[in-house]
Ligand binder design. Structure first.
Ligand code: HEC
Length: 94
């Protein structure tokens, strides 16, 4: 029973750090989106929703920008259109 409870708690905490939220971007873009990822990307905090959404969409299709885009192509590949919208919205508020 104890183990089962532990299993449940682990599942719940996995859910809390939902992988399709802005949390998965923090390591490179910073908690508030104000870091330049590897000193290379622009600061992405406060971008208008449509701009971020469009850029993420283009990364997902492999068609946006620079030398380091492979990172963003991998990161955006599994995300749905809805995920991109939610993340773009969260970033616009930072
Ligand atoms: C492994 C590090 C890493 C992670 C994690 C990461 N990014 Fe990036 N991001 C980069 C790099 C590097 C670039 C510059 C890529 C290029 O050459 O176009 C970039 C570029 C961007 C840009 C375009 C900025 C510009 O300069 O035009 C946006 C928007 C962006 N990332 C959003 C996100 C979002 C949203 C997430 C989370 C879903 C995320 N990134 C996760 C490394 C990362």
């Amino acid at each position: 029973m104890k183990h089962f409870m532990f299993f449940l708690v682990s599942l719940l905490s996995l859910e809390a750090s939902h992988p399709t939220s802005y949390n998965m971007c923090i390591s490179c873009h910073g908690k508030d989106g104000k870091n330049t990822a590897f000193g290379y990307s622009d600061v992405i905090a406060g971008w208008p929703v449509e701009k971020t959404e469009q850029v993420l969409h283009r990364y997902r299709n492999g068609g946006y920008r620079g030398n380091m885009r492979d990172f963003m192509v991998c990161i955006t590949a599994p995300l749905t259109q809805k995920d991109l919208q939610e993340i773009a919205h969260a970033l616009s508020l930072k």
